[in-house]
Design a protein around this ligand. Structure first.
Ligand SMILES: [Zn+2]
Length: 405
């Protein structure tokens, strides 16, 4: 068994040990007689760092619990000179460990605060690289509960209460009234005692005083299968998160030349304006299509009992083409409209006044087959897209020729 040095001192960043065994596959790794590296467990993620001997320096990329209960240290590259018995010096990444201690002890305080205030129990804890979360067993969670719990948790942090590690028997633990009693057959339990606030059995790394957590900030909440998930950040992560939020808000406020606190009002105002402008734009396009249709129909003489409108419009989208086709075919009972646009997308719309003999869907399919485009439609209205602007012109020529024979 590896002697776990972090069990008694979470601030032990450097240690001396002896290599017990090396492993080459599936990944290079080694086992030590004692280690301060924390392996992923109980929701807390692993430490990284360096293991060095007289002759070489190896980077530890991950630490985990091996199946036999020892701590396995995964290495970035295979060891060249180490063997069983080699003395090494281990150094764990302090910044990463301190961050983990802040998040993890923060979670103890937060979970206890939810119980104290609202009798809401934590059923699981997740620690990620950017934020952490707990799942609470509750059908509802209000904004007031979130804000109240955040306030109490930060008061406990400000009071700088001692966080102590105690080892007690199962029986003693039962008498103490732990927040969460672990399922284990071990007789000795490791208890984390936040003075007069929380007692829980835990194997993780923790700060010595709650003040070292720094602060705790609750973020997104969401309904999950077994209750509510609450995301949070503590310590330096909270500062980094708030800094990022502030930068984002400042950038957004800059777009409106507004103060960040006026952003919701400004954004709502802009959305209203956009909605109104969109409505006005739709109305104007409707009027434009109607005016253009009227002019076209006035200019084009009737031939073979119909008015054949063939137009290549630049810079109009498919929706406008369809709108124009609709106006043309409704204004007069004998119209065939063959319309195209080159941008934003080279497209075609073929339409006829209802009740006429041609088949626009079939004509569209046949026309597109020549250019390699895609589309189709009904007897009276069809649409399609062609690969290039040049195809629009040739397609219109081809389609109109069938009516001029
Ligand atoms: Zn813990």
């Amino acid at each position: 068994m590896t002697q776990r040095l972090y069990y008694h001192d979470s601030f032990l960043y450097e240690f001396d040990a002896e290599v017990c065994e090396l492993q080459q596959s599936p990944k290079p790794a080694l086992f030590l007689d004692r280690s301060a590296f924390y392996p992923t467990s109980g929701g807390q993620i692993f430490d990284t760092g360096v293991i060095s001997s007289e002759n070489e320096k190896l980077r530890v990329t991950e630490a985990a619990d091996a199946e036999d209960g020892r701590v396995i240290h995964y290495l970035e590259a295979p060891a060249k000179s180490l063997q069983a018995g080699t003395k090494i010096h281990g150094q764990i990444d302090r910044t990463r460990r301190r961050d983990h201690m802040q998040q993890h002890t923060g979670q103890h305080v937060l979970s206890a605060a939810f119980v104290r205030l609202f009798d809401l129990h934590t059923v699981s804890f997740h620690m990620g690289d950017d934020y952490c979360s707990i799942d609470l067993e509750t059908p509802t969670l209000t904004k007031e509960q979130i804000e109240g719990t955040e306030r109490l948790a930060n008061e406990i942090i400000l009071e700088n209460r001692p966080v102590e590690i105690r080892f007690v028997s199962q029986e003693e633990a039962r008498k103490l009234g732990l927040r969460k009693v672990p399922v284990t057959d071990r007789d000795e339990l490791r208890i984390i005692d936040i003075q007069d606030f929380d007692l829980s059995a835990c194997g993780g790394t923790h700060v010595n005083q709650t003040g070292q957590i720094g602060c705790i900030l609750l973020r997104k909440t969401e309904k999950v299968r077994q209750g509510w998930r609450v995301e949070f950040v503590a310590g330096q992560r909270a500062v980094a998160t708030v800094r990022r939020d502030f930068t984002t808000l400042t950038d957004a406020a800059g777009l409106f030349s507004a103060h960040i606190y006026d952003l919701p009002t400004q954004a709502r105002k802009s959305l209203d304006e956009i909605r109104n402008l969109r409505k006005q734009c739709e109305q104007s396009l409707e009027e434009l299509a109607e005016a253009q249709a009227r002019t076209m129909l006035a200019e084009i003489p009737e031939a073979n009992g119909r008015k054949l409108v063939v137009r290549d419009l630049a810079d109009r989208d498919m929706n406008f083409l369809k709108l124009l086709a609709q106006k043309l075919t409704r204004m007069s009972a004998n119209v065939v409209a063959l319309l195209g646009t080159t941008s934003p997308q080279p497209s075609l719309v073929f339409a006829q006044s209802p009740g006429q003999a041609a088949d626009m869907g079939a004509l569209m399919k046949e026309t597109l087959a020549k250019s390699g485009g895609r589309g189709g439609g009904s007897k009276d209205m069809a649409q399609g897209g062609v690969p290039t602007a040049e195809n629009v012109k040739t397609s219109l020529n081809h389609a109109s020729a069938t009516f001029r024979q």
